[in-house]
Design a protein around this ligand. Structure first.
Ligand code: AMP
Length: 283
């Protein structure tokens, strides 16, 4: 049976999701109007749906797997399992008030009207803290609600926070941290066949994003000190070169460490250092 993966058809998560699937080697041709396309090299069909609807499609069994934001998953009633966090679409749901407001803390929001496109998550957050509020449900332009006097505060998605500042709003507290996630139905068999293949493919792309493949030449006598700098998974690969006493060394390094690792390798005697991206990594 063909497996179905529901992905966002537009919006912020669309392009990074397409990039991730391409990087994982999935080959398909999307046209603007197609609602679903077959993947040529896997028994898989990709469904293009609104980001908000992904959870519903997976929960209903129309799709086996889906890609959406934690915020949308939390907001939907769907009982789904997060299989893997995907490392993009990072944002937070933040409570904010107009700069001139007297409201300073979460407790000060007792009795407030809060405009949000995430009413379920907002209501639950304040209920858990026993702070009574009322939500004003809006599907967009949440940040203008206080100016229009239809709300005293907002709970909205931000990445950098600059849009809130531009709109004269002051953050009070974070309600939820979000990023894109791969989701499935709890209890569904995720270990077998195409489903397992897709999960491993996506996890391998996510794992590769934070790593680089580093290659260099070095005197054989420097191998021990270079291995101490870049131990790799089990050990670095060491290959003899045509010239005596020289070797090539290959290893995998955290990209975050590269800035400090490269000068250390140079000092240890490495030359011709190359840093390459990795498409997929299964440790
Ligand atoms: P869309 O409305 O289709 O562009 O997708 C919105 C989804 O992208 C949200 O539900 C979040 O999961 C994610 N996202 C990431 N950063 C932001 C942001 N700064 N504002 C809104 N949504 C964001």
């Amino acid at each position: 049976m063909t497996i179905r993966l529901a992905v966002p058809n537009k919006g912020r998560l669309q392009q990074p999701t397409a990039n991730m699937l391409k990087q994982g080697g999935l080959s398909y041709e999307k046209t603007d109007r197609a609602l679903s396309v077959p993947v040529k090299n896997m028994d898989l069909e990709i469904l293009f749906v609104r980001t908000d609807d992904v959870s519903e499609f997976v929960a209903d069994g129309v799709a086996d797997l889906g890609i959406t934001g934690i915020d949308l998953l939390t907001e939907s009633a769907a009982d789904l399992e997060i299989i893997t966090k995907l490392g993009y679409g990072s944002c937070r749901l933040t409570a904010a008030v107009p700069k001139i407001s007297d409201i300073m803390t979460l407790d000060d929001l007792a009795g407030a009207r809060i405009a949000t496109s995430h009413p379920v998550t907002t209501q639950r957050f304040f209920e858990e803290r026993s702070i009574p509020i009322t939500t004003v449900s809006l599907s967009g332009s949440v940040e203008v609600a206080p100016k229009l006097d239809i709300a005293d505060a907002i709970v909205d998605l931000v990445s950098s926070g600059s849009t809130m500042l531009i709109n004269g709003l002051r953050p009070i507290a974070n309600v939820l941290e979000s990023e894109a996630v791969l989701v499935g139905r709890p209890g569904a068999s995720l270990q077998n066949g195409t489903v397992a293949q897709i999960i491993l493919t996506i996890q391998s792309v996510v794992a590769a994003r934070t790593k680089r493949y580093v290659m260099m030449n070095a005197p054989a006598a420097a191998v021990a000190s270079i291995e101490a700098i870049i131990p790799g998974f089990a050990a670095p690969t060491v290959i003899p070169l045509a010239h005596d006493h020289m070797v090539a060394i290959h290893s995998v390094v955290d990209s975050a460490r590269l800035g400090s690792v490269l000068p250390e390798l140079k000092d240890a005697g490495a030359t011709g250092i190359l840093v390459l991206p990795i498409d997929q990594l299964i440790a």
